[in-house]
Design a protein around this ligand. Structure first.
Ligand SMILES: [Mg+2]
Length: 135
């Protein structure tokens, strides 16, 4: 489902790292549990994220108890592109019951709407997203 993007005209560019901090802060504000695996510097000075299994996993996993929702979010700057490994994860997660999104700074209104819930009613967000509840 293609979402309409805001044009980032007039907005200063923002790094993925700064954008990620904003999304995490907003998610926590609205009661989401958040996980992000940070890379660490290896002995030879390279930045690596310790991974067992497939690389390219989305930046954030967001889970909300009351809303019974899970979101896998890959974050990018406006010009950032998915790596082939990130595309692989996207192609699998997009068809899973959770929600997969690749978010950029210009998606801020959608991010806020999803994380807040437009009326606080989880069904409202789900209908906005076209999610069918199972069971
Ligand atoms: Mg990213």
């Amino acid at each position: 489902m293609a979402m309409k993007r805001l044009k980032p005209e007039g907005l200063p560019p923002i790094s993925e790292k700064a954008f990620q901090s904003q999304v995490i802060d907003l998610a926590k504000l609205f009661g989401w549990r958040v996980n992000h695996q940070r890379p660490a510097m290896s002995k030879n000075g390279r930045w690596i994220t310790a991974t067992q299994g497939h690389t390219g996993f989305p930046d954030l996993v967001l889970a909300h108890l009351e809303r019974q929702m899970v979101i896998f979010a890959e974050l990018k700057s406006e010009a950032g592109r998915l790596t082939p490994e990130q595309e692989e994860w996207a192609s699998v997660l997009i068809d899973c019951p959770g929600l997969y999104r690749c978010w950029r700074p210009s998606d801020w209104l959608e991010i806020e709407r999803i994380l807040r819930g437009s009326t606080g009613d989880p069904d409202d967000v789900e209908s906005y997203l076209g999610i069918q509840r199972r069971g």
